[in-house]
Design a protein around this ligand. Structure first.
Ligand SMILES: NC(=O)c1ccc[n+]([C@@H]2O[C@H](COP(=O)([O-])OP(=O)(O)OC[C@H]3O[C@@H](n4cnc5c(N)ncnc54)[C@H](OP(=O)(O)O)[C@@H]3O)[C@@H](O)[C@H]2O)c1
Length: 243
Protein backbone atom coordinates (compact mmCIF):
# COMPACT_ATOMS: atom_id res chain seq x y z
CA UNK A 1 0.00 0.00 0.00
CA UNK A 2 1.40 3.40 -1.04
CA UNK A 3 0.82 4.97 2.38
CA UNK A 4 2.03 2.06 4.51
CA UNK A 5 4.11 3.31 7.44
CA UNK A 6 2.64 6.80 7.17
CA UNK A 7 0.75 8.44 10.00
CA UNK A 8 -2.47 10.45 9.87
CA UNK A 9 -3.28 12.64 12.87
CA UNK A 10 -7.05 13.07 13.02
CA UNK A 11 -8.18 15.69 15.52
CA UNK A 12 -11.70 14.79 16.65
CA UNK A 13 -11.72 11.28 15.20
CA UNK A 14 -13.97 9.46 17.65
CA UNK A 15 -17.38 10.14 16.15
CA UNK A 16 -19.27 11.33 13.07
CA UNK A 17 -17.19 12.73 10.23
CA UNK A 18 -13.91 12.23 12.10
CA UNK A 19 -14.66 8.53 12.61
CA UNK A 20 -15.30 8.12 8.86
CA UNK A 21 -12.04 9.98 8.09
CA UNK A 22 -10.07 7.63 10.38
CA UNK A 23 -11.51 4.55 8.71
CA UNK A 24 -11.05 5.88 5.20
CA UNK A 25 -7.42 6.90 5.81
CA UNK A 26 -6.75 3.55 7.50
CA UNK A 27 -8.07 1.82 4.37
CA UNK A 28 -5.64 3.99 2.38
CA UNK A 29 -2.83 2.52 4.47
CA UNK A 30 -2.24 5.14 7.18
CA UNK A 31 -1.68 4.36 10.84
CA UNK A 32 -3.91 6.68 12.83
CA UNK A 33 -3.34 9.01 15.76
CA UNK A 34 -6.91 9.65 16.85
CA UNK A 35 -7.60 12.53 19.24
CA UNK A 36 -10.85 13.19 21.07
CA UNK A 37 -12.06 14.96 24.19
CA UNK A 38 -13.79 12.54 26.56
CA UNK A 39 -15.88 9.88 24.79
CA UNK A 40 -13.54 6.99 25.54
CA UNK A 41 -16.02 4.35 24.43
CA UNK A 42 -16.52 5.87 20.98
CA UNK A 43 -12.77 6.32 20.54
CA UNK A 44 -12.09 2.71 21.56
CA UNK A 45 -14.68 1.52 19.04
CA UNK A 46 -12.94 3.42 16.21
CA UNK A 47 -9.57 2.07 17.35
CA UNK A 48 -10.97 -1.46 17.08
CA UNK A 49 -12.31 -0.74 13.60
CA UNK A 50 -8.98 0.73 12.44
CA UNK A 51 -7.13 -2.29 13.80
CA UNK A 52 -9.65 -4.50 12.02
CA UNK A 53 -8.47 -2.86 8.77
CA UNK A 54 -4.93 -3.84 9.72
CA UNK A 55 -3.57 -0.45 10.79
CA UNK A 56 -2.56 0.79 14.24
CA UNK A 57 -4.48 3.47 16.12
CA UNK A 58 -3.08 5.55 19.03
CA UNK A 59 -5.74 7.23 21.17
CA UNK A 60 -5.03 10.69 22.63
CA UNK A 61 -7.65 12.31 24.87
CA UNK A 62 -7.33 16.07 25.47
CA UNK A 63 -9.25 19.30 25.12
CA UNK A 64 -8.02 21.19 22.03
CA UNK A 65 -9.20 24.43 23.60
CA UNK A 66 -6.61 23.98 26.35
CA UNK A 67 -3.12 24.90 25.11
CA UNK A 68 -1.28 23.08 27.91
CA UNK A 69 -3.27 19.85 27.49
CA UNK A 70 -2.65 19.99 23.74
CA UNK A 71 1.07 20.59 24.26
CA UNK A 72 1.37 17.70 26.69
CA UNK A 73 -0.43 15.30 24.33
CA UNK A 74 1.25 16.25 21.06
CA UNK A 75 4.49 18.19 21.38
CA UNK A 76 7.00 15.44 22.06
CA UNK A 77 5.05 12.81 20.10
CA UNK A 78 5.06 14.95 16.93
CA UNK A 79 8.66 15.98 17.52
CA UNK A 80 9.78 12.33 17.58
CA UNK A 81 7.76 11.42 14.49
CA UNK A 82 5.97 14.05 12.43
CA UNK A 83 2.55 13.02 11.13
CA UNK A 84 2.41 12.78 7.33
CA UNK A 85 -1.17 13.96 7.34
CA UNK A 86 -2.95 16.23 9.82
CA UNK A 87 -6.73 16.68 9.70
CA UNK A 88 -8.29 19.32 11.98
CA UNK A 89 -11.85 18.05 12.26
CA UNK A 90 -12.90 18.90 15.82
CA UNK A 91 -15.83 21.26 16.02
CA UNK A 92 -18.75 22.08 18.26
CA UNK A 93 -21.91 24.12 17.75
CA UNK A 94 -23.81 26.11 20.40
CA UNK A 95 -26.60 27.64 18.33
CA UNK A 96 -28.59 30.71 19.33
CA UNK A 97 -29.77 33.90 17.69
CA UNK A 98 -27.25 36.70 18.14
CA UNK A 99 -29.54 38.75 20.38
CA UNK A 100 -29.57 35.89 22.88
CA UNK A 101 -26.12 34.46 22.22
CA UNK A 102 -24.33 34.22 25.56
CA UNK A 103 -20.69 35.06 26.14
CA UNK A 104 -20.16 31.40 27.07
CA UNK A 105 -21.73 30.22 23.77
CA UNK A 106 -19.48 32.58 21.82
CA UNK A 107 -16.30 31.80 23.78
CA UNK A 108 -16.67 28.01 23.90
CA UNK A 109 -17.26 27.68 20.14
CA UNK A 110 -14.39 30.00 19.21
CA UNK A 111 -12.11 28.30 21.76
CA UNK A 112 -12.70 24.78 20.41
CA UNK A 113 -13.13 25.43 16.70
CA UNK A 114 -10.58 28.20 16.10
CA UNK A 115 -8.20 28.49 19.06
CA UNK A 116 -7.94 24.69 19.01
CA UNK A 117 -6.65 24.91 15.45
CA UNK A 118 -3.89 27.24 16.64
CA UNK A 119 -3.08 25.01 19.61
CA UNK A 120 -2.75 21.82 17.57
CA UNK A 121 -1.07 23.38 14.53
CA UNK A 122 1.50 25.04 16.77
CA UNK A 123 2.54 21.59 18.01
CA UNK A 124 2.72 19.74 14.68
CA UNK A 125 3.69 22.31 12.05
CA UNK A 126 7.41 22.56 12.77
CA UNK A 127 7.94 18.78 12.71
CA UNK A 128 5.91 18.55 9.48
CA UNK A 129 7.95 21.38 7.90
CA UNK A 130 11.13 19.53 8.83
CA UNK A 131 9.98 16.57 6.71
CA UNK A 132 9.40 18.89 3.74
CA UNK A 133 6.25 17.05 2.73
CA UNK A 134 2.78 16.50 4.12
CA UNK A 135 -0.89 17.26 3.86
CA UNK A 136 -3.05 19.39 6.12
CA UNK A 137 -6.82 19.34 5.79
CA UNK A 138 -9.06 21.61 7.84
CA UNK A 139 -12.74 20.76 8.24
CA UNK A 140 -14.74 23.97 8.10
CA UNK A 141 -18.43 24.22 7.18
CA UNK A 142 -20.83 25.69 4.66
CA UNK A 143 -21.77 28.00 7.55
CA UNK A 144 -18.29 29.50 7.35
CA UNK A 145 -18.73 30.14 3.63
CA UNK A 146 -22.21 31.68 3.47
CA UNK A 147 -23.18 32.26 7.13
CA UNK A 148 -26.13 30.68 8.88
CA UNK A 149 -28.79 32.36 11.04
CA UNK A 150 -28.56 31.16 14.63
CA UNK A 151 -24.88 30.35 14.12
CA UNK A 152 -23.03 33.67 14.35
CA UNK A 153 -20.48 32.07 16.69
CA UNK A 154 -20.10 28.85 14.67
CA UNK A 155 -20.01 30.68 11.30
CA UNK A 156 -17.35 33.06 12.63
CA UNK A 157 -15.19 30.18 13.83
CA UNK A 158 -15.55 28.27 10.57
CA UNK A 159 -14.88 31.36 8.41
CA UNK A 160 -11.86 32.00 10.64
CA UNK A 161 -10.56 28.53 9.84
CA UNK A 162 -10.85 29.25 6.12
CA UNK A 163 -8.82 32.46 6.50
CA UNK A 164 -6.25 30.70 8.68
CA UNK A 165 -5.86 27.78 6.27
CA UNK A 166 -5.49 30.04 3.24
CA UNK A 167 -2.82 32.13 4.99
CA UNK A 168 -1.04 28.97 6.13
CA UNK A 169 -1.14 27.65 2.56
CA UNK A 170 0.78 30.75 1.47
CA UNK A 171 3.33 30.25 4.24
CA UNK A 172 4.12 26.57 3.77
CA UNK A 173 3.38 25.65 0.13
CA UNK A 174 7.02 25.99 -0.94
CA UNK A 175 7.95 23.49 1.77
CA UNK A 176 5.82 20.89 -0.03
CA UNK A 177 3.12 21.07 2.63
CA UNK A 178 -0.34 21.14 1.07
CA UNK A 179 -3.10 22.90 2.99
CA UNK A 180 -6.76 22.65 1.98
CA UNK A 181 -10.18 23.09 3.54
CA UNK A 182 -13.19 20.82 3.29
CA UNK A 183 -16.50 22.56 3.94
CA UNK A 184 -19.30 20.05 4.57
CA UNK A 185 -22.93 21.01 4.11
CA UNK A 186 -25.55 19.09 6.07
CA UNK A 187 -24.23 15.66 6.94
CA UNK A 188 -26.01 12.78 8.73
CA UNK A 189 -24.44 13.02 12.22
CA UNK A 190 -25.44 13.67 15.83
CA UNK A 191 -24.94 17.39 15.11
CA UNK A 192 -27.79 17.36 12.58
CA UNK A 193 -30.10 14.82 14.28
CA UNK A 194 -32.59 17.43 15.45
CA UNK A 195 -32.84 19.51 12.25
CA UNK A 196 -36.24 19.77 10.53
CA UNK A 197 -35.40 17.45 7.62
CA UNK A 198 -38.53 18.04 5.54
CA UNK A 199 -37.92 21.80 5.53
CA UNK A 200 -34.22 21.53 4.72
CA UNK A 201 -34.14 18.80 2.05
CA UNK A 202 -35.82 20.93 -0.67
CA UNK A 203 -33.05 23.54 -0.27
CA UNK A 204 -30.38 20.99 -1.25
CA UNK A 205 -30.07 20.44 -5.03
CA UNK A 206 -29.19 16.75 -4.49
CA UNK A 207 -32.30 16.48 -2.30
CA UNK A 208 -30.64 14.68 0.59
CA UNK A 209 -28.22 15.07 3.50
CA UNK A 210 -24.65 13.90 2.91
CA UNK A 211 -23.00 10.93 4.56
CA UNK A 212 -19.87 11.01 6.68
CA UNK A 213 -18.19 8.74 4.11
CA UNK A 214 -18.85 11.31 1.38
CA UNK A 215 -16.87 13.88 3.38
CA UNK A 216 -14.16 11.37 4.23
CA UNK A 217 -13.61 10.47 0.56
CA UNK A 218 -12.78 14.11 -0.27
CA UNK A 219 -10.43 14.35 2.73
CA UNK A 220 -8.79 11.11 1.59
CA UNK A 221 -8.29 12.52 -1.92
CA UNK A 222 -6.62 15.64 -0.51
CA UNK A 223 -4.38 13.49 1.71
CA UNK A 224 -3.35 10.83 -0.78
CA UNK A 225 -3.54 12.03 -4.38
CA UNK A 226 -0.07 12.00 -5.93
CA UNK A 227 -0.97 14.15 -8.99
CA UNK A 228 -1.66 17.12 -6.74
CA UNK A 229 -2.03 20.79 -7.70
CA UNK A 230 -4.89 21.59 -5.29
CA UNK A 231 -3.63 23.94 -2.58
CA UNK A 232 -5.20 26.67 -0.45
CA UNK A 233 -8.67 25.67 -1.68
CA UNK A 234 -12.03 25.31 0.00
CA UNK A 235 -13.81 22.20 -1.29
CA UNK A 236 -17.55 22.22 -0.60
CA UNK A 237 -19.15 18.85 0.14
CA UNK A 238 -22.72 20.04 0.31
CA UNK A 239 -24.93 18.47 -2.34
CA UNK A 240 -25.03 21.79 -4.20
CA UNK A 241 -26.30 23.86 -1.26
CA UNK A 242 -24.17 26.87 -2.27
CA UNK A 243 -25.02 26.77 -5.99
N1 LIG B 1 -22.37 17.28 11.00
C1 LIG B 1 -22.52 18.17 10.05
O1 LIG B 1 -23.53 18.22 9.36
C2 LIG B 1 -21.41 19.14 9.78
C3 LIG B 1 -21.59 20.09 8.78
C4 LIG B 1 -20.57 20.98 8.50
C5 LIG B 1 -19.39 20.92 9.21
N2 LIG B 1 -19.24 20.00 10.20
C6 LIG B 1 -17.98 19.99 10.93
O2 LIG B 1 -17.40 18.70 10.80
C7 LIG B 1 -16.67 18.39 11.97
C8 LIG B 1 -17.15 17.07 12.55
O3 LIG B 1 -18.52 17.18 12.83
P1 LIG B 1 -19.34 15.97 13.48
O4 LIG B 1 -20.77 16.32 13.37
O5 LIG B 1 -18.84 14.69 12.92
O6 LIG B 1 -18.87 16.13 15.02
P2 LIG B 1 -19.10 15.19 16.28
O7 LIG B 1 -19.78 13.91 15.87
O8 LIG B 1 -19.74 16.02 17.33
O9 LIG B 1 -17.60 14.81 16.71
C9 LIG B 1 -16.77 15.84 17.16
C10 LIG B 1 -15.39 15.27 17.44
O10 LIG B 1 -14.58 16.32 17.99
C11 LIG B 1 -14.17 15.97 19.32
N3 LIG B 1 -14.19 17.15 20.16
C12 LIG B 1 -15.23 18.00 20.40
N4 LIG B 1 -14.83 19.00 21.22
C13 LIG B 1 -13.51 18.77 21.50
C14 LIG B 1 -12.55 19.43 22.30
N5 LIG B 1 -12.83 20.56 22.97
N6 LIG B 1 -11.30 18.91 22.37
C15 LIG B 1 -10.98 17.78 21.70
N7 LIG B 1 -11.84 17.12 20.91
C16 LIG B 1 -13.10 17.60 20.82
C17 LIG B 1 -15.17 14.92 19.79
O11 LIG B 1 -14.60 14.14 20.85
P3 LIG B 1 -15.58 13.35 21.91
O12 LIG B 1 -16.12 12.17 21.15
O13 LIG B 1 -14.68 12.98 23.02
O14 LIG B 1 -16.64 14.33 22.29
C18 LIG B 1 -15.39 14.16 18.48
O15 LIG B 1 -14.29 13.31 18.21
C19 LIG B 1 -16.85 19.57 12.92
O16 LIG B 1 -15.78 20.45 12.78
C20 LIG B 1 -18.13 20.21 12.41
O17 LIG B 1 -18.17 21.58 12.74
C21 LIG B 1 -20.23 19.10 10.49
Amino acid sequence: MANEGRIALVIGGSRGIGRAICLRLARSGFDIWLTYKSNHQAAAEVKGAVEGIGRSCDLLAFDVADYEQTREALESKADKRAPDVYVYNTGIARDNLMVWLTKEEWDSVLATNLNGFYNVTHMVLFPMLREKRGRIVVVSSVSGQIGQAGQVNYSASKAGLIGAARALAKEVGKKNLYVNVVAPGIIETEMTNDLPRDQIRPLIPLGRFGSTEEVASVVDFLCTEEQMYVHGQVIGVNGGLTV
